[in-house]
Design a protein around this ligand. Structure first.
Ligand SMILES: *[C@@H]1O[C@H](CO)[C@@H](O)[C@H](O)[C@H]1NC(C)=O
Ligand SMILES: *[C@@H]1O[C@H](CO)[C@@H](O)[C@H](O)[C@H]1NC(C)=O
Ligand SMILES: *[C@@H]1O[C@H](CO)[C@@H](O)[C@H](O)[C@H]1NC(C)=O
Ligand SMILES: *[C@@H]1O[C@H](CO)[C@@H](O)[C@H](O)[C@H]1NC(C)=O
Ligand SMILES: *[C@@H]1O[C@H](CO)[C@@H](O)[C@H](O)[C@H]1NC(C)=O
Ligand SMILES: *[C@@H]1O[C@H](CO)[C@@H](O)[C@H](O)[C@H]1NC(C)=O
Ligand SMILES: *[C@@H]1O[C@H](CO)[C@@H](O)[C@H](O)[C@H]1NC(C)=O
Length: 486
């Protein structure tokens, strides 16, 4: 049974309210009369719907769904379904009624061709020129969207480099698929600092921007067919973002990655095949990081210094391996178990949420951001038509009209670092020492993972349906399907 919008919409009374002018940007959060759960269906039903919805995605079918997702992974229904609607500030916005599961595919722009070898980004003075992509071939990489084999000479070399990095990888057992309920021992073990179950972070993890009203703008899972629409909007509005890219997508769309980079956006790592990293062996994690770093390096000539774990699934073992490969962790802002700065945009495509809920989440994020002493980082995606449409039509125009104004920048910029620090090759090693020095020994900041203190922030956060293991299922299906359809 697929979760259709028809099952959700009856619970929602959508209210539109115009913004008379941009100086006083009216917001209102409306609770509808229904007492259904936030997603409109009981958790167990939503969980099984997730699997069938993903399997019947227009992107493809027949994708195996291995996880037996437990309904208890969804948040307990806490009250009436909220609904929310915005009048878009963008005259070319797609109507909200069109941003739905199974929406007809909008036309895509022509993918940019690779740029001439030697082209340099104007925002990084010491950047090397772009590589020559005339012989670039997907055949030089592992199978797309699958965890890469660990017995290749290339991965064996990365494993050796990690073992010689000077970073100690804690001996923590891998988790099993299924999130916190499937891993009661690991979930209760606070010493591993597993973000998935409890939101633990270490001092070195980036979860917020330092200054109030600063927004570290991020998009995950691309580059993808509708990314050019997002890039156009960002260009028109003079905004720059951090793109956490999936290595497999980089291999599919190298010209698009170059365009992101040359347009002043920050490129960061989001693994090769988008797994839950805590479920993998050390060697498999190294292969995921290594191939995504290599793909980006082959296309841009630089390797990112920041990464985001898919689903936020990180513990001290994953942190240590990331550090040993010179990747610093960026997650997204979180206040408590049900309240993270995740718009939920990813789930529109699979029918697990709707655009009204996403706008409600967004408005709740803003409301909380206004009360925080520091800035914030929000999770959004450029993978799907729906996620790009809600970003360019609603979330970003709303953010730009907001008063007091947000300072919207890539993550590296909000941390008050030059964009050169986003890449190993251009990093200012004097002011921004990386965990592993160029001669293969650990640098000065390697203690923060396994022995660091946990970090808390005291902001107020909205309630939003989490994705956790549901997202794992949906993402596996989507990535598997995209490999054949786009
Ligand atoms: C799958 O989940 C259902 C419902 O939680 C449970 O009863 C069943 O035992 C699970 N099956 C497997 C193979 O884990
Ligand atoms: C890692 O821990 C396991 C038990 O959890 C133990 O069997 C193994 O010997 C440990 N390995 C090392 C290298 O300490
Ligand atoms: C927008 O794109 C044009 C054409 O590529 C470019 O000249 C301009 O600098 C871009 N503006 C921003 C803010 O990135
Ligand atoms: C920083 O060190 C890396 C090697 O770890 C090197 O590739 C890079 O060029 C250095 N940065 C600068 C600005 O010299
Ligand atoms: C090698 O790394 C160590 C530790 O960071 C540093 O003290 C040393 O100067 C480095 N040597 C070279 C040649 O870069
Ligand atoms: C790392 O931790 C050890 C023991 O906890 C301590 O002795 C050492 O000074 C720390 N190193 C750094 C760079 O903080
Ligand atoms: C999370 O934080 C929000 C805002 O402070 C609060 O309303 C909500 O009750 C909290 N939820 C939990 C589970 O603590």
């Amino acid at each position: 049974m697929r979760l259709s919008t028809a099952r959700i919409l009856p619970f929602i009374s959508v209210l539109h309210f115009a913004c008379a002018n941009n100086l006083h940007h009216h917001r209102q959060i409306v609770a509808a009369v229904s007492s259904s759960s936030a997603s409109g269906v009981p958790p167990a039903t939503a969980a099984s719907s997730a699997a069938s919805s993903a399997a019947s995605s227009p992107l493809g079918s027949g994708v195996p769904l291995s996880a037996n997702v437990s309904g208890t992974l969804l948040p307990t229904p806490t009250g009436p379904t909220p609904s929310f609607s915005l009048v878009s500030q963008n005259p070319t916005a797609v109507p909200l009624s069109s941003i739905v599961v199974n929406a007809p595919s909008a036309a895509t722009q022509i993918m940019p061709s690779p740029f001439p070898a030697g082209t340099k980004p104007s925002n990084i003075p010491n950047a090397p020129g772009l590589p020559d992509l005339s012989t670039f071939s997907a055949g030089n990489y592992p199978a797309l969207d699958k965890p890469p084999p660990t017995d290749s000479p290339q991965v064996q070399q990365w494993i050796q480099e990690v073992s010689q990095s000077g970073i100690t990888i804690p001996n923590i057992t891998a988790t099993v698929a299924g999130g916190c309920p499937a891993n009661p021992v690991a979930a209760a073990d606070t010493s591993r600092c597993w973000w998935t179950c409890g939101g633990c972070t270490r001092e070195a993890d980036v979860t917020n921007c330092p200054q109030k009203l600063q927004w570290g703008l991020t998009y995950d899972d691309g580059p993808a067919p509708y990314t050019p629409d997002l890039l156009n909007y960002l260009n028109q509005t003079n905004l720059h973002a951090t793109f956490f890219v999936v290595g497999s997508r980089v291999v599919s769309y190298p010209g698009l990655l170059q365009q992101e980079y040359l347009s002043g956006h920050q490129i960061a790592v989001h693994t090769w095949s988008h797994p839950s990293l805590s479920t993998l062996s050390n060697e498999e994690i190294i292969a995921e990081f290594g191939w995504s770093k290599k793909a980006i390096h082959d296309v841009l000539g630089v390797q990112p210094t920041q990464f985001r774990p898919p689903y936020g699934d990180i513990d001290d073992r994953v942190r240590a391996i990331a550090q040993a490969m010179n990747l610093n962790t960026v997650i997204w802002s979180r206040v408590n178990a049900t309240m993270t700065f995740d718009t939920g945009d990813f789930d529109i495509h699979g029918g697990l949420t709707n655009v009204q809920q996403v706008l409600f989440n967004w408005e709740s994020i803003i409301a909380n951001a206004m009360t925080m002493d520091d800035g914030f980082i929000v999770l959004e995606h450029d993978l799907f038509q729906q996620t790009v449409e809600v970003a360019t039509g609603y979330i970003l125009p709303d953010a730009l009209a907001s008063q007091p104004a947000f300072n919207i920048t890539p993550v590296m910029s909000c941390l008050n670092h030059p964009m050169g620090d986003a890449y190993i090759e251009t990093n200012d090693n004097a002011s921004n020492p990386l965990p592993v020095s160029s001669n293969g020994t650990s640098g000065t900041s390697t203690n923060s993972s396994s022995s660091g203190t946990t970090k808390h922030n005291g902001a107020i956060v909205r309630t939003v349906p989490g994705m956790d293991a549901l997202g794992v299922v949906a993402m596996a299906a989507v990535l598997g399907a995209m490999a054949v359809t786009v």
